[in-house]
Design a binder for this molecule. Structure first.
Ligand code: SMO
Length: 725
């Protein structure tokens, strides 16, 4: 082989950034299998002798559970056993602990502990009440369907469970002297994250009683530690593997009750066991995202300067909380006032429990909501002052010279040049030409609009692990505590290591997502994979080189636990052109310009993929997606026939440009990019649509801006106009 490496090569090339191949040309190591449909997902790992589980679910949103009649089901063909809360919590069932919750904002009322199977009360339509274990999935399903639940229906309720306030400066004084006070009220729809593979878990019962668990998760090490704690078993007896998970988007960030049940059953019956949710089961009982209701007022001076911000955020949660259930409430509040300089704030956030499906993190997890609220206020401030939206932003963005900048909610904006983003948005995004095209279209009677947004994407905080081994044959092995959900994680880490070690890419092997072959770590969430996980790889490589230069013999292994210095704040600015059909209310996005600053980029093609995917999901929130319940808490959108996902023909051409302001907060200088599109796209699309409808007098809309809603808004505006005459 012409490019084989020897151990001595490692000594000679220490300079990070000397890549053997143009980073642009590096393809995802998994792409061949994925594109050919040959990659294995969780449900593909099912052992031949595995038993299958089907769940009986609550048909009501709130009720008292008097009993479960399982007798007929127990004698159905292929049925091994039927499990209810009695088996789990009574008799010799042993005890199962509760799913942990990250109390990122303080509980104001401790939510009732959540049972793995309903015990005493029914708290949401779709809550698992009983489980059938059978030889085949269909046998399990058939038996589940004849199980009868005895219950009394109760009133649905809601209860505030957690809250936090951020207060700084004298907001009242500023509002009293403000030249303009603008306000904004946003109701985000609940969204279904909808990964390609639904929730799935496959448990292989091994000789000796250990378990190998394939789990569609973003956090395999968390799966192991939480299961060990809840089931009071040795974590060493659990081997958790998360390989191709079919996407996750926050929905697979932590364990679900159903998944704990599957593992419990495998241990109890000493058999391999598996479960894969149907799409409808995911709509019913996997976590939803968004759903926040936010209200805000902004005090503005005569020059368009922002003086003070008041905001109230209400984040819905279910009657049970996944590990990250409080994150959207936290991010939705603490990320205000976004990229703008406002010293006086009074922001309250609350998490409120409803008898509906659980809510968790979903791509952005409070970032899109905070950003949408601020951009809405900016548009209102522009209208009130008569300035353009871009001019109002320019007057209020945190200047680069102030970085790092402490925010009134206790964050530290680490780096970034927001004014330059705005300047480039206007110049490189050809803003005035877009306006000219809009005006020409308007002159022909076409409803066309241009919208802009600026966004922040704080990455996660904390630590991640990496283990790097320099082998005698000149190759390197990298094991990361992080995981992947489809971001080409191993390939990006291989690029980081190859650059740091001065090796050709093929000489670097990378593993992650497996508790046996990778060190314990956090996982794939909160835009932290490259910023923190990648920095852990880099730091381990740097240490390996140091020890090799110090004369240490090969093979040598470095175990690194890397702590970042703080959150890295990615940022960007988007421009969108839309056209609205006045007859049908249909919106077409004609074009979009995306300018993103994710700090140091490892692989431009992977970053681009994240921007495109995020934009598509942001577009879904803006125009299409909405979970709907009826007044009894019954889910009306339980399939893709009722819940509209964006399709390829909804996605406009994207012109993507980047800035690269390295973050001082981590070794790599990287920031997040995975959530950028979901944060930046909705407000840009929204303001473009309102701009298009402005000639008709439409001033307000809520997302998703479906044709029916847009058409109705047009009719209402016409009616108002007629009334005025
Ligand atoms: S919403 Mo993300 O997977 O932290």
């Amino acid at each position: 082989m012409s490019d084989a490496v020897s151990a001595s090569d490692i000594d000679n090339s220490l300079k990070y950034g000397t890549q053997s191949k143009n980073a642009d040309e590096v393809k995802d190591r998994r792409s061949d299998l994925l594109v050919r449909g040959a990659a294995l997902f969780t449900a593909d790992q099912t052992p031949a002798d595995a038993l299958h589980i089907a769940f009986v679910r609550s048909p009501v949103a709130s009720g008292l559970l008097n009993g479960v009649n399982t007798i007929a089901a127990q004698s159905m063909p292929g049925v091994r056993c039927v499990l209810t809360a009695d088996e789990l919590y009574g008799g010799d069932g042993g005890k199962i602990g509760h799913l942990p919750v990250n109390e990122i904002i303080p509980f104001t009322a401790q939510p009732a502990p959540w049972a793995i199977l309903a015990s005493g009360t029914l708290d949401a339509v779709g809550q698992a009440v009983a489980a059938v274990v059978a030889d085949t999935p269909l046998q399990a399903q058939d038996a589940a369907e004849i199980i009868e639940l005895d219950f009394d229906v109760c009133e649905r309720g809601s209860q505030a469970v957690a809250a936090q306030t951020w207060q700084s400066g004298d907001t009242a004084a500023h509002f009293a002297k403000a030249a303009h006070i603008v306000s904004c009220e946003v109701q985000h729809a609940r969204l279904a994250p909808s990964p390609m593979e639904t929730r799935a878990i496959t448990v292989r019962y091994n000789d000796g009683g250990t378990l190998t668990i394939w789990h569609a998760t973003q956090t395999p090490h968390r799966t192991r530690s939480h299961l060990a704690r809840m089931l009071e078993i040795d974590p060493a007896s659990l081997h958790v593997v998360a390989q191709n998970v079919g996407g996750a988007f926050g929905m697979k960030a932590s364990l679900y009750p159903e998944e704990v049940l599957v593992v419990w059953a495998a241990l109890k019956l000493r058999r391999s066991m598996c479960w894969s949710a149907s799409r409808t089961e995911d709509f019913l009982s996997a976590t939803h995202g968004r759903g926040l209701r936010s209200k805000a007022r902004l005090a503005v001076d005569t020059d368009g300067g922002f003086l003070a911000l008041e905001a109230q955020i209400e984040a819905p949660v279910g009657r049970w909380l996944p590990n990250s259930g409080l994150i959207p409430a936290w991010n939705g509040g603490r990320i205000l006032p976004g990229p703008y300089e406002i010293e006086a704030v009074n922001i309250q956030t609350q998490a409120i429990a409803y008898n509906l499906a659980p809510v968790g993190i979903y791509r952005g997890a409070g970032r899109p909501e905070a950003n949408f609220l601020m951009e809405g206020l900016v548009q209102k401030a522009a209208a009130a002052t008569g300035l353009s939206g871009l001019e109002v932003r320019a007057r209020n963005l945190v200047p680069a010279a102030s970085m790092p900048k402490s925010t009134p909610t206790g964050n530290l904006l680490d780096s970034g040049d927001y004014q330059e983003l705005l300047r480039r948005l206007e110049h490189d995004g050809c803003y005035s030409e877009r306006l000219a095209k809009r005006d020409a279209a308007r002159a022909r009677g076409v409803l066309r609009g241009v919208g802009a947004s600026i966004y922040l994407e704080p990455s996660g905080d904390g630590w991640e692990t990496a283990q790097v081994t320099l082998n005698c044959d000149g190759t390197a092995h990298v094991a990361s505590g992080s995981s992947g959900q489809g971001q080409a994680r191993e390939t990006a880490y291989a690029q980081i290591a190859a650059s740091a070690l001065g090796l050709p890419l093929h000489a670097v092997n990378v593993v992650c997502g497996d508790t046996e072959t990778a060190p314990a770590g956090i996982g794939a969430l909160a835009s932290r994979g490259t910023a923190i996980g990648g920095s852990a790889v880099l730091a381990a490589c740097t240490e390996a080189i140091k020890r090799r230069n110090g004369g240490e013999a090969l093979p040598l292994t470095v175990d690194m636990r890397y702590d970042n210095k703080g959150q890295a704040w990615g940022c960007g600015a988007y421009l969108v052109d839309v056209q609205v059909d006045a007859e049908t209310g249909e919106i077409e996005i004609l074009d979009a310009f995306n300018l993103d600053d994710a700090g140091r980029i490892v692989n431009p093609a992977f970053a681009l993929g994240q921007i495109q995917g995020g934009f598509a999901q942001g577009l879904g929130e803006a125009l299409l997606e909405r979970i709907v319940y009826d007044e009894n808490g019954q889910l009306l959108t339980g399939s893709f026939m009722d819940y509209a996902m964006p399709r390829a023909d909804n996605i406009p051409p994207l012109t993507v440009q980047k800035m690269e302001t390295p973050s001082p907060m981590n070794a790599l200088g990287a920031k997040g990019i995975g959530e950028a599109g979901t944060i930046g796209a909705p407000p840009a699309i929204y303001s473009a649509v309102l701009d298009a409808l402005a000639p008709l007098g439409v001033r307000d809309l809520q997302m998703p801006m479906t044709p029916a809603r847009v058409w109705q808004a047009i009719q209402d505006a016409k009616k108002d106009a007629n009334n005025e005459i």
